[in-house]
Design a protein around this ligand. Sequence first.
Ligand SMILES: [Zn+2]
Ligand SMILES: [Zn+2]
Length: 87
Amino acid sequence: MAEGLVPCPHCSKTYTMKKNLYQHMRTVHNVSPQLKGNIRCPLQCEENFSSHKELRKHLENLHKYVLENEIQEFENSETFDVWKKKS
Ligand SMILES: [Zn+2]
Ligand SMILES: [Zn+2]
């Protein structure tokens, strides 16, 4: 298996993006991906986090958004959009 690939736990398929794996799991195996926590990335990339710190890191690394506030909370993509416009 090449590095950086995410294997499907239900079959032998691998994906380079978790997002695509999650979509595959839902459509092919009819299962929801296991959630790490209940904090969702507001950018609909299917990632979940157990702490705001992790979400913050993820937003910085993947989406290039830097949160000033350590515990900035986003209930959904709309609240994120509001924050985005403000900054
Ligand atoms: Zn599969
Ligand atoms: Zn994300």
